[in-house]
Design a protein around this ligand. Structure first.
Ligand SMILES: NC(=O)c1ccc[n+]([C@@H]2O[C@H](COP(=O)([O-])OP(=O)(O)OC[C@H]3O[C@@H](n4cnc5c(N)ncnc54)[C@H](O)[C@@H]3O)[C@@H](O)[C@H]2O)c1
Length: 442
């Protein structure tokens, strides 16, 4: 395979590692840089740290000499292309652009004339030209556009999505000038099946804002409709499915326990940040959507309390088993996960909270919840099972056979009485599922 050049990817997280692997696969000599030395050491032994990259894929790249992880910027020496994917989640209301600035400062001494630097992190419109570029220029004494190529390409990674991967998802690309756009597009043409050029880095940054806002608002809309339908005694899932038969002018979104992950709950491009950046108006729609989505964990806890109450049990002292702790199906990422908030709220009310999630690393969970194996005994001992994430690995049949009461936030099980009503655990003397077993949807 022809070698395409030297690529540095800063960092090696959910976005950076899959990009590094894909680039190595198509012929780039990749240096994967991350400040976390422990992570770098694990990667060097072939141990992946994200769901979307398997150990085998990582070992292939290492063994073929096409990938080298490092914690030192000296590894960037002589790079042709650098892609920065560092985290940008705000902390306490201020945008988390420290890592973006640090990455630019770290790269600058190794930036040569003719090289290309691309920012991919989710950020507010203007970051590439106002912050990232000037920091590179200050540290390198080179000028973006004239001496080196600079651009922005928003990340569209959807962790756990087996259909839409980096290779087949169209990639929006931009540059600070024509030559930069050509260089950024040229790089991503080697990675993705299709690139979509836009006229400026600001337009590309705004495209990411449009995509995120679209999801935030539509999720909030169905979540609010679910709460209203619940009050009216209407099955919102049935109504959504019926509405979705309209062949035009409708897109199906479903309710859930809230939003999580790296973009939707916290993003530096959204309020309150954007408001102060001269947009001239407050993005009320986004604020409202965020508020509604933020309320969902409290709503789920209230519904759980009602279900327990209906069965004559207070939340205090009840055993509640949560199915899923990650923010998203088929991933182990607990970043800003509403499930973690629900666990915390239930524990605060005095429930004995347990959670089963085959994808989640227990070391990543900071919540008063005990991670358990999902088996008959745990299901049968729980006063209430709450389905928060519909991982493909969860055994539907086992849950409907052994759970006594289920609050299902994903319409994973059919609502109503669970079947079969009476069943014995293999080694138990007594019937463990009473005839009143019940599944209720959000
Ligand atoms: N994960 C997603 O689904 C997703 C999707 C679209 C966009 N994004 C965006 O991509 C960016 C990265 O998100 P992520 O999910 O990959 O983050 P992540 O939490 O998976 O990765 C964080 C990694 O960055 C490293 N790191 C932190 N500061 C660093 C620095 N200064 N230099 C080098 N490495 C550093 C950490 O050690 C860690 O390994 C964010 O802007 C996020 O909003 C993420």
């Amino acid at each position: 395979m022809e070698e395409l050049g030297k690529l540095v990817v800063i960092d090696q997280g959910h976005v950076g590692l899959p990009l590094s692997m894909r680039a190595a696969e198509v012929g780039w000599r990749v240096v994967g840089l991350d400040v976390d030395e422990h992570r770098v050491a694990r990667l060097a032994t072939g141990e992946s740290c994200v769901d979307d990259v398997s150990d085998d894929q990582l070992r292939d790249a290492l063994d073929g000499g096409r990938y080298r992880p490092t914690a030192s910027y000296t590894g960037a020496e002589g790079f042709d292309v650098a892609v920065v994917t560092v985290p940008t989640s705000p902390r306490e209301g201020t945008p988390g652009l420290t890592a973006v600035t640090e990455a630019a400062r770290g790269l600058a001494p190794y930036l040569r004339a003719g090289a290309t630097v691309i920012l991919e992190s989710t950020t507010y419109p203007g970051t590439t030209e106002e912050l990232f570029g000037p920091t590179l220029e200050a540290g390198s004494r080179l000028v973006a556009g004239r001496d080196f190529r600079l651009g922005y390409s928003p990340e569209r990674l959807d962790p756990g999505n087996r259909t839409w991967r980096l290779a087949n998802t169209p990639k929006v690309v931009s540059g600070v000038d024509r030559a930069s756009l050509a260089a950024v597009q040229g790089f991503f043409d080697t990675i993705a099946a299709r690139t979509v050029p836009v006229s400026s880095t600001r337009a590309a940054e705004f495209a990411k804002l449009v995509e995120g806002a679209f999801r935030q608002v539509n999720i909030a809309l169905v979540n609010e409709l679910a709460m209203v339908a619940g009050e009216l005694g209407v099955d919102v899932w049935e109504a959504i499915d019926a509405a979705a038969t309209k062949p035009y002018g409708f897109m199906r979104f479903t309710p859930g326990p809230g939003v999580g992950g790296h973009w939707l709950p916290l993003d530096p491009s959204g309020p309150p940040w954007q408001t102060g950046r001269g947009a001239g108006r407050s993005p009320r729609f986004l604020e409202l959507a965020r508020d509604i989505n933020d309320q969902m964990p409290e709503y789920v806890v209230r519904r759980a309390g009602q279900l327990l109450n209906d069965r004559g049990r207070p939340v205090r002292g009840s055993r509640v088993l949560l199915l899923g702790l990650s923010y998203k199906k088929n991933t182990g990422d607990v970043g800003e996960s509403p499930a973690v908030r629900i666990a915390t709220l239930l524990a605060r009310l005095g429930a004995d909270v347990r959670a089963a999630d085959p994808h989640v690393d227990p070391a990543q969970v900071c919540a008063p919840v005990r991670l358990v194996e999902l088996d008959e005994a745990e299901l049968a001992a729980a006063d209430l099972v709450v389905v928060l994430v519909d991982h493909d690995l969860f055994p539907r049949g086992l849950v409907s056979r052994f759970a006594r009461a289920v609050l299902d936030t994903r319409r994973w099980l059919p609502p109503g009485p669970a079947v079969p009503a009476q069943r014995r655990a293999p080694d138990a003397e007594s019937l463990i599922v009473p005839a009143s077993a019940w599944v209720e949807s959000l």
